[in-house]
Design a protein around this ligand. Sequence first.
Ligand code: CAP
Ligand code: MG
Length: 428
Amino acid sequence: MKYIDFVDTNYEPTEKDLIVLFRIEPAKGITFEEAAGRVASESSNGTWTEVAFDTPRIRSLAAKAYRIQPPWVEVAYPSELFEKGNMSQILSSIAGNIFGMKAVKKLRLEDVYWPKSIVESFPGPLHGINGVREILRVFDRPITATVPKPKVGLDTNEYVEVAKDIWSSGIDLVKDDENLTSQSFIKFEERVSKMFRMRDKMEKETGERKGYLINITAPFNEMVKRAKLVKDHGGEFVMIDILTVGWSALQAFKELDLELGLAIHAHRAFHAAFTRDRRHGMSMKVVAEVSRLIGVDHIHVGTVVGKLESPLKDVTALIKICREHDSRRNMKLKLLKKDWHNIRPIFPVSSGGIHPGLIPKIIEIFGRDVIIQVGGGVLGHPDGPSAGGRAVRAAIEATINETPLDEAAQRSKELRKALEKWGYQTPI
Ligand code: CAP
Ligand code: MG
C-alpha cells in the first residue's frame, strides 16, 4: 500500500473507530495530504515502501486520514488494530514512530475519541469523585491538600511534625512531593508507620477524616511492597508519578489494587517535556484520558493562575475530560467527542503556586469538585503551616459564601496575614 492509500476524504468513520486529531506541519517539499497519509500509514500498518503482502484484511486495518483542514487532520483507526486493554500498544501505534518521521517538521497528537470497545477494556477508577468524598466525608466544598516543603530534605520526624501542623489546621490531605520516595534520611518504611500513627491521632483530635497521599513511585515490585505497607497501616490513598513509572506499571498496579482498594493520586511530573509545545508532542488531554481509562482517582491539571504554564482553554478541556460523562465534540477546545460508558469521573487537582489569595479564582474555574493543593502557600505563611492551612480553609469558606476575601480577612487573622504577604498575585 502506498501512503496515499491512507488518505480517504470520502471515508465516514463509524462509532467503532478510534479517532485521532493531529496537528501537522509537513516537512519542506511534502504536501499536507502526503504528510497526513504518512502519519496515518506509519501509525497503523503501512511503511515507507510497498511490500509483498497486501490482503483484504491488511487493507481493512489501514487507518484513514478522512478530515483534512490544515494544520488539523482527523485519522480514523479500525479498533481491530488495537489490543483491547493494552494502553502501551495503543500508544505505540497512535503516538509512536510518527513523531520522528522526516516527512513532518512538527506533529502534535491533540485529542482522541475512544470507541466503546476500547473504553470498556479498561477498569477506570475504583473510587472516583464520589468515592473519594465518601472516604474523607467531605461533600460540600473542594478537597484541600498540602505538600510539606521543602520538597525533599526533612527527615522522618521533622516531616511528621509538619504533617501534624497541616492536618491540625483543617487541610484534608498531606501529599508527598513528586520526588520524595525513600531517601536515606526519610525511609519509606519508617515514614509510613509514623505518618499514619500521626494521621490517626489528628483524626481523633480534629474530628475530621484525614488522608495521606504517600508517594510509592519506585521500580514496580517495590511499588507493590510499599502499597501493601500503606494498606497494612490503614492508608486509603497512594500517589504515583504516572509518567516516570510508565503506563504498563500503572496498569499492573491497577490489577493489584483490585484487592488493596487504594485510591490513586496521579502526579504528572515529566508531562511538560512533551505536552508544552503546542506544535509537537502529545497533549495533556490525552494523558488525562489515558489516566482516567486506566483508572487513577485524581490527576493534576494545572491552575491557570499559578506558577506553571496552564492556559484556561487547556484547563477547561482537562476539567471536562476528568469530570464530564459525555463531553461532545468541541473544536474551540480541540476536544473530540467522549463517551466514558461506566468509567467514573475523577478529581482534577489544581496545584502549583497557589496561595489563599488565588482560591476564589481557582473555584471560579473549577467549581467545587476539585482537589486544591497548596504547598508553599501554606508552608510559607508568616505564622507557620497551621496558620497557612487555616488561611486556605477561610478563603474557601469565604468563596463558597460569596464573601470577598478582604471582608473575610477582617474575621480571620491567618487569612489577613496571607493576603498581606501574597495579596492576589500570580507567582512566576
Ligand atoms: C506544587 C508542587 C506540584 C506542582 C506540580 C511542586 O507545590 O508540589 O508538584 O503543582 O505541577 O512541586 O511544585 P506548590 P502540576 O504548591 O508549593 O507550588 O500540578 O502542574 O502537575
Ligand atoms: Mg511537587
